[in-house]
Design a binder for this molecule. Structure first.
Ligand SMILES: [Zn+2]
Ligand SMILES: [Zn+2]
Length: 322
């Protein structure tokens, strides 16, 4: 096992069984970034076992807050912490990197470089590497209230769906509308006035923001494949998702066919069917108006641009409120 920063060790699974060595090094907390059914440490040790799989498509991001809290507790109690997985290369290195990013406010690159100084063999898999970027971008918050977090899970759904792996949505990462936060510009159903989305939930595009829009739905190229066994989540280039507009921009350009939304919690009534495309229906059961249509692979707007994923509410079906 290697000491990455004072009091924080990284190693393969055997190190967790070497009780005498753990005692000698002063380790008090052992974070197993894998399930080790045979590991029964003496009671003086704290052991957190998390069933993390070393697959690029595994959602390690959701485990980071819990890992950081455990490591933090160990360090702040005056103890020392060992983080291990099978080989001490991908899972545990990602967890330690997440900790360094959160506590030292450094980039994923810097964190991995720092770890490599003591343990050159580390190599988080492609998917974990990407999730470290998201962790950094969200300033170490994994929350449905954070748009970068939501876009991370939406982008993942798009990638898997475009690779033919079906539509898998993290339901707890779909934003709820209406909510209690002040929301500014928003749209509501013309028929029943049900509030449908705020500016924060829109994928604006067109003249002001063409740089990030996907040009063609079929323009997929093979990315470097780190783990050929998991084709569905690694072989397709990350899908560009359009960023938010400046605050004072209009919600929609005159040449656009409608409002392009991120998938939202009220869409569950039809999203739960798991289809790659379909109709968008008003969530008010007494209304159920057809508001537009969606396609996970993207929709071409009247302005000529592809928006991915394409959840388009037709402009004639809603009122815009300011
Ligand atoms: Zn309605
Ligand atoms: Zn448009």
């Amino acid at each position: 096992m290697d000491e990455i920063i004072p009091g924080l060790f990284l190693g393969p699974w055997e190190t967790a069984f070497e009780v005498e060595e753990l005692d000698r090094m002063g380790v008090t907390h052992v974070l197993s970034a894998m399930r080790v059914p045979m590991l029964k440490l003496p009671e003086r040790f704290k052991n957190l076992q998390l069933h993390i799989l070393d697959s690029p498509k595994f959602d390690i991001l959701s485990y980071f807050p819990q890992c950081i809290a455990f490591i933090d507790e160990g360090m702040k109690s005056g103890g020392k912490v060992l983080v291990h997985c099978q080989a001490g290369i991908s899972r545990s290195a990602s967890v330690v990197a997440a900790y360094l990013i959160a506590t030292r406010r450094i980039t994923p690159e810097t964190a991995l470089e720092l770890i490599r100084k003591s343990r050159p063999c580390i190599q988080p898999n492609f998917g974990f590497r990407k999730q470290l970027d998201t962790w950094h971008q969200t300033e170490c918050i994994v929350s449905v209230d954070d748009k970068v977090t939501r876009l991370h899970y939406i982008e993942k759904t798009v990638r898997i769906s475009k690779a033919g792996g079906g539509v898998h949505i993290r339901k707890d990462m779909l934003a709820t509308v209406p909510n209690h936060r002040p929301s500014g510009n928003r749209i509501r159903c013309k028929m029943c006035r049900r509030e449908l989305a705020t500016k924060d939930h829109m994928f604006p595009h067109g003249s002001s923001s063409s740089a990030h829009t996907v040009a063609e739905p079929a323009a997929e190229t093979l990315a470097p494949v780190d783990d050929a066994a998991i084709i569905t989540d690694t072989a397709i280039d990350p899908v560009a998702i359009t960023p938010a507009p400046p605050r004072d921009a209009p919600l929609i350009s005159p040449e656009c066919s409608g409002y392009f939304l991120e998938p939202l919690d009220w869409m569950r009534s039809f999203l739960d069917e798991g289809l790659v495309e379909g109709k968008i229906i008003c969530p008010n059961p007494k209304c159920s108006s057809k508001l537009g249509s969606y396609a996970w692979a993207g929709v071409k707007c009247a302005c000529g641009e592809w928006v991915t994923p394409g959840f388009c509410i037709h402009r004639s079906k809603v009122d815009e409120m300011r």
